[in-house]
Design a binder for this molecule. Sequence first.
Ligand code: HPA
Length: 264
Amino acid sequence: MKVELAIIGGTGFYHPEIIENTEELSLKTPYGDTHLLVGTYMNTPVAFLSRHGMKHGVPPHRVNYRANISALKDLGVKRVLATTAVGSLRKKLSPGTMVITDQFIDFTKGRDGTFYEGEDSEGVVHTDFSEPYCGQLRKYLIKSIAARGIDYASKGTYICTEGPRYETPAEIKAFALWGADVVGMTGVPEATLAREAGLCYANLSLITNYAAGISPHILTHREVVEMMEKKINLLREIILEVLVALPEARECNCWKKEDYSLGQ
Ligand code: HPA
């Protein structure tokens, strides 16, 4: 089966449900093994990868981002839609709102964030991130969400923290001054590795809570999961609708590697 489309499900999105004829695959990569499902939606092959494992057993800092992206690439995937649960740094972006992020700030600390480890492996490559997410995927996401009359923001800056702890109110205040709108723990290096691999990648964030210091109460994983449970069917529908609506031609720069890599 030629699988060119993939979903990476974040917190609360552990199973694709409406994908048919699913088959579980274990794929070996130079970075480690990855498990995913492949199946069809409206006769279109789709891969589904649960970022935290099917039972949320893998915390954000231990996700094997390189193995995941490498496995998708090996499978023949060209486009990836990812979901992330996020906290909101803006009063006007309330829990339940979807955000099609257009920028990110990387505040992670100890992750393997590149496929290019220097001379012994793949050489030295500096990848352009002027447009961090695929413009074509974002356009289709916005169209599908806008048509539903639900609360959404067509752009927003995602700051990725190392986790697994939540942030302090002082950190959130600082991040807001930097221009961040939402905060999560998994968006990077997934997005950067996807670009290095030449895959189109977009992120659909669901705001599950106000961030620390903005929320009137302490943060709990339960609050995050409860909001995800409320919106999971909608998220699934949007993501799959977008994947099958996409035209074959990739009208973006995500795959034009030689244009932006400096090489050795
Ligand atoms: N901070 C970091 N990650 C998150 C949050 C948050 O408030 N909510 C959901 N994921």
